[in-house]
Design a protein around this ligand. Structure first.
Ligand code: GTP
Ligand code: MG
Length: 331
């Protein structure tokens, strides 16, 4: 990224708003960069785009590996594009570094969707912390909105903390389920089902159709009392491969949007998310500054070793390091 006039944040923002695909990809690359000068440009870009964000349905999708997320998102994306929408698919995958591949590294499996002019698919950014990855995905979501995408899908793999990060940035968090027994049998981590605004049992086809019906009934029974405000969490089924039941998922997302708008919950949820985002930024930035501080760096390894060796308490070590960082005694 250069700072020649054609590439100033203001010019880039304009190009993004015009719907220029290369500008969109470049803008996301800019916000993903960890270089300090890029960060300053990214902040200017986001500031210019911010007034043009917010006009989308933000949907989070999670589910254990193999549940059919990619297949579902392709069918869902094509359905929604058929109705005249523009769909952006983003991903949060904190595991991608370890496995060396990204959640949408299998982008090729969304062949039909990636060929659509009204679709934009972006793999998960690399990152060392979930907070860092989530921050960039959230900003990518805003950029896509400014570029005119009115349906944003944020995908994450259902194996841990990332579901919370996704639920914290979308209007509706949807969990895909397998036609099988309860949460544990499905490999769903505790607490994840409670995050969901919508449950969808996928693979309701062929030999699995009957099991899918039972799974729907079981979850409906188990979730009888689960409400998010006035919203009672629906349990649906679909077959992503047969593209069956996808329309009902989209209709339900529309009902959720209408209900949230009518009650004011959508505005509240988004402003609470913005507040939480502010505090995440403060925490992330503080920790980065702390770790980069020369006096802290000089002593960090030694103090860490003394803590793990049991020679000093974590509290005392933290205090000693914080005093170096702040340059004054800590109360
Ligand atoms: N029978 C049936 N199979 C499906 C359906 N949806 C997906 N599958 C199959 O399930 C397998 C996994 O599907 P994916 O879409 O790759 O699942 P995923 O959740 O994206 O998996 P990861 O990317 O590994 O987390 C593939 O073999 C799909 O063909 C469905 O509706 N019915
Ligand atoms: Mg997948």
């Amino acid at each position: 990224m250069t700072t020649s006039s054609a590439h100033t944040p203001a010019a880039l923002a304009e190009a993004v708003r015009r719907g220029d695909r290369r500008a969109l990809a470049r803008a996301i690359t800019l916000i993903e960069s960890t270089r300090r000068d890029h960060r300053a440009q990214a902040d200017q870009l986001l500031e210019a785009l911010l007034p043009h964000t917010g006009n989308s349905v933000r949907v989070g999708i999670s589910g254990v590996p193999g549940v059919g997320k990619s297949t579902f998102i392709e069918a869902f994306g094509l359905h929604v594009i058929g109705l005249g929408h523009n769909v952006a698919v983003l991903a949060i995958d904190p595991t991608s570094q370890r496995t060396g591949g990204s959640i949408l590294g299998d982008k090729t499996r969304m062949v039909d969707l990636s060929r659509e002019a009204n679709a934009f698919i972006r793999p998960s950014p690399a990152g060392s912390t979930l907070g860092g990855v989530a921050r960039r995905t959230r900003e990518a979501m805003l950029i896509c909105e400014a570029a005119g995408f009115d349906v944003i899908v944020v995908e994450t793999v259902g194996v841990g903390q990332s579901e919370t990060a996704v639920a914290d940035m979308v209007d509706l968090f949807m969990l895909l389920l397998l036609p099988a027994g309860g949460d544990e049998l499905q490999g769903i981590k505790k607490g994840i089902v409670e995050l969901a605004d919508l449950l969808v049992v996928n693979k309701a086809d062929g030999d699995l159709a009957a099991t899918a019906r039972h799974t729907v009934a079981d979850y409906r029974h188990a979730l009888m009392l689960l409400r998010h405000g006035d919203w009672r969490v629906p349990v649906l089924s679909c077959s992503a491969v047969n593209k069956a039941g996808i329309d009902q998922v989209w209709t339900t997302i529309g009902e959720h949007k209408a209900a949230m708008e009518a009650s004011g919950a959508r505005v509240t949820r988004r402003s609470e998310q913005a507040r939480a985002w502010l505090w995440n930024e403060i925490r992330e930035t503080l920790v980065e500054a702390f770790q980069a501080h020369p006096a802290v760096r000089a002593d960090l390894a030694t103090l860490e070793a003394r803590v793990t060796g049991g020679a000093i308490t974590p509290t005392a070590a933290a205090r000693a390091l914080l005093e170096k960082f702040l340059g004054r005694p800590v109360e």
